[in-house]
Design a protein around this ligand. Sequence first.
Ligand SMILES: *[C@@H]1O[C@H](CO)[C@@H](O)[C@H](O)[C@H]1NC(C)=O
Ligand SMILES: *[C@@H]1O[C@H](CO)[C@@H](O)[C@H](O)[C@H]1NC(C)=O
Length: 214
Amino acid sequence: MASATTKAISFSVLILLSLCFPSTPSKPTDTDPIPTPWPYQFHSILFMNRSGTLQKTDLWYDWPNGRNFNIIQNQLGKLTYDLEWNNGTSYIYTLDDSDPECQVLHFEVGLLRPNWLDGAEYLGQRYMDGFLCNVWTKVEFVWYYEDVATKRPVFWVFYSGYSAHVMTFEVGRVLEDAKWQAPVYCFNEDKSSLIESIASARTAPIGGFRELRM
Ligand SMILES: *[C@@H]1O[C@H](CO)[C@@H](O)[C@H](O)[C@H]1NC(C)=O
Ligand SMILES: *[C@@H]1O[C@H](CO)[C@@H](O)[C@H](O)[C@H]1NC(C)=O
């Protein structure tokens, strides 16, 4: 649960940081490559590593519909659903009948925008996972590796060390609408399994990212 929350919050913090630090890379040159904006809709399988804790994440990014889904399989552990809406509400839940859990978080900021890499500082080319990549950093919060040949993302890592290796990248794939429905116990405030956190991005319990609170 903590890792799902952290991921949800990491991007939200990034958005806040982007607002606080306008897009002014230190010494841009005309020849520096520009990161490819995210497609408006894509599905990606990510292998994530958070201080040695491994996760397989299905990422369904769906900007036109104002929604983003991280379906996180913790290694030999819980399957956690982290459903984010552009109005700032996130539902983080399990679908385990014997142990239903749901956490509702409210952020002041919405989804990561497709052009969230605008203004990133170019760091040059490096190999990652066997792919020659262009590398950028966004406010030294995240480092982003994009395949030079195909312009697909290969890898990114947050300053905390939480990293993502991109295993598949399917542009235009959309998860069917029915799958975007949070379970009923996310809306039942009497249920003891429901933890409702009325929190802004500034006050959210951001785990490993707590020091980034502003
Ligand atoms: C995960 O990251 C840790 C460093 O935080 C590293 O020591 C370990 O080798 C990584 N595991 C995998 C499977 O990449
Ligand atoms: C945001 O949208 C979702 C999905 O439509 C909804 O469940 C949630 O209540 C909305 N949040 C707010 C604060 O309106």
